[in-house]
Design a protein around this ligand. Structure first.
Ligand code: XMP
Ligand code: MG
Length: 178
């Protein structure tokens, strides 16, 4: 078991680089199959999903566009409950096949509030991919189509995910030590 320190907290290895990469390849395979012959626009939610988006993208064989948007709603170890609007959504999604790429869905609040903004544009289809899902934390129903890993309610960092700005720069995902 590998231990890292981020700010004042200790984290231990939870998902290895191999586990992450092989699951990401599987998720890409599902998408390639489900969208065969179609053109897809991926919307990656910054900041957390930047590594996930880059890695899943390398395995896509369908015609794929990507747009990165920002929806900051989280500070520190607990959800603040404040959701800001999307910054950088400059693609016309009308009649497009849209796939959202998220790093983690916790209570579901962020996407629950953001989805209507996308649906408003009347996409041809709208799917959600999340690398991680804290399923036991669900407070707002979000229709998740592809999940990498269902994880327990413990704070995680690494592979794009941060604790107060730090910890994104790891190939693995780490869990807050007890
Ligand atoms: P909701 O509750 O809206 O939360 O589904 C989604 C956002 O919360 C952040 N989040 C985390 N970030 N480690 C993180 O680095 C975690 O364990 C964690 N849990 C939730 C994240 O920004 C996500 O987009
Ligand atoms: Mg996020």
């Amino acid at each position: 078991m590998h231990t890292i320190k981020v700010h004042d907290k200790t984290f231990t290895t939870y998902l290895s680089e191999e586990q992450l990469q092989s699951r990401i390849k599987e998720l890409a395979d599902y998408i390639n199959k489900d969208f065969e012959g179609k053109k897809v626009v991926f919307i990656a939610i910054l900041n957390g999903s930047f590594m996930f988006a880059a890695d899943i993208f390398k395995h896509l064989t369908v015609d794929s566009e990507v747009s990165f948007i920002k929806l900051a709603s989280y500070k520190g170890l607990n959800s603040t409950g404040s959701v800001t609007t999307a910054i950088g959504l400059d693609t016309d999604l009308h009649n497009r096949h849209v796939v959202i790429l998220e790093d983690i869905i916790d209570t579901g609040k962020t996407l629950h509030h953001f989805l209507p903004q996308l649906q408003h544009q009347q996409p041809a289809s709208l799917k959600i991919v999340t690398l991680l899902h804290k399923a036991e934390m669900t407070q707002y129903e979000v229709p998740i189509d592809y999940t990498g890993f269902v994880i327990p309610n413990k704070f995680v960092v690494g592979y794009g995910l941060d604790y107060d700005g730090l910890g994104r720069n790891y190939k693995e995902i780490y869990q807050l030590a007890d």
